[in-house]
Design a binder for this molecule. Structure first.
Ligand SMILES: [Zn+2]
Ligand SMILES: [Zn+2]
Length: 333
């Protein structure tokens, strides 16, 4: 099959078709999404080698011992963490933290930038008929956005800033607004102007920052330091955390969603003196995300900038680096 392969360099290769292990399904990928984590993997994040890609919608082709449900022919999305099922974390229902987990396209397991992929049947969720592929492919990042609500209570009307108007930031903003928060999306002037306009068209408050690292400097609306109860950092850059710490009010919470290869440096005294909670947040519950999609509360299709055929996957990554875009997808077939 054709696949994108990373071994320090990304290339398009012909590789053997994957063979499903016991309890696994063979899935034909229909559509896959490129996300910030994939770009970080190309910079060295997680030391991953192999086929990247962890956002996908596909169709089950083969599944030898999945007796409980006739999966074959079903359209599915798949949870990306593959767990051992018997360590302490798995037994506590926290399989996403399983000590010996593999993560599709990120840690020790081939990903979805390929014609076919395998996953345990237990990881699959059927996509309802009314949800098109172009929406279903957002389930993984949407679940990651909704994870924040599983980790912390958010009273209606809570003042939330989402730092970063990129793919993840715009999903987080919509999910938290849907949960009743008063959300402001903060982006940079220049390349992210149109992304903020898109957020505005969905009824979200937006603020443009002029200069990196300067919360006080603003483009079109006053932005006071220490003025948000919750700040979600979704900039994909190490500087974002420092800005988030300037924006959050005393006793507030900074939620870190960005995963980047670099190390972030920040003023720990600010964290201590202002009694700020710093909350790391990663993958979430697919069922929650699948529940949100048909409700029109979350706009995802408008975030698709371009769709490339899988065979033009390298061009897709180049496009992502060079253009101001949101979601770039790879279509198989
Ligand atoms: Zn991702
Ligand atoms: Zn485990």
């Amino acid at each position: 099959m054709k696949a994108l392969h990373f071994d320090g360099q990304l290339s398009l290769r012909d590789v053997p078709n994957p063979q499903p292990a016991s309890g696994e399904a063979l899935i034909r990928v229909r559509l896959a999404g490129i996300c910030g984590t994939d770009r970080q993997i190309l910079k060295g994040y997680s030391g991953f080698r192999g086929i990247p890609g962890h956002e996908f919608v596909g169709e089950v082709l083969k599944c030898d011992d999945c007796d409980d449900k006739p999966w074959i022919g079903r359209r599915v999305v798949g949870e990306i963490n593959v767990t051992c099922g018997h360590c302490d974390w798995c037994r506590r229902g926290l399989g996403r933290h399983c000590v010996s987990r593999t993560v599709m396209g990120i840690i020790g397991r081939p990903g979805a930038f390929a014609e076919f992929v395998t996953l345990p049947v237990a990881n699959l969720h059927e996509v309802p008929g009314e949800v098109p592929d172009e929406e279903a492919v957002f389930v993984e990042p949407l679940a990651a956005a909704a994870e924040i609500l599983e980790q912390m209570p958010l009273a209606p009307g809570t003042r939330v800033a989402v730092l970063g108007a990129g793919r993840l930031g715009l999903l987080v903003a919509q999910v938290l607004r849907h949960a009743g928060a008063q959300v402001t999306v903060i982006g940079r002037t220049g390349r992210s102007d149109w992304k903020l306009k898109l957020a505005q068209s969905w009824g979200l408050n937006t603020v443009r920052l002029e200069t990196a690292g300067e919360v006080g400097a603003h483009g079109d609306a006053p932005l006071q330091p220490r003025s948000f109860a919750v700040v979600v950092e979704a900039t994909s850059s190490p500087q974002g955390l420092e800005e988030a710490l300037q924006l959050v009010e005393p006793r507030g919470t900074v939620v870190m969603k960005s995963t980047f290869h670099e190390v972030a440096h920040f003023d720990t005294a600010n964290l201590v003196v202002n009694e700020i909670t710093l909350l790391g947040s990663r993958c979430g519950n697919f069922a929650t995300a699948l529940d949100l999609l048909p409700r029109d509360a979350i706009h995802v299709e408008e975030m698709i900038s371009r769709v490339f055929p899988l065979a033009e996957g390298l061009e897709a990554f180049n496009y992502l680096e060079s253009a101001s875009c949101l979601k770039v997808l790879l279509r198989n077939g």
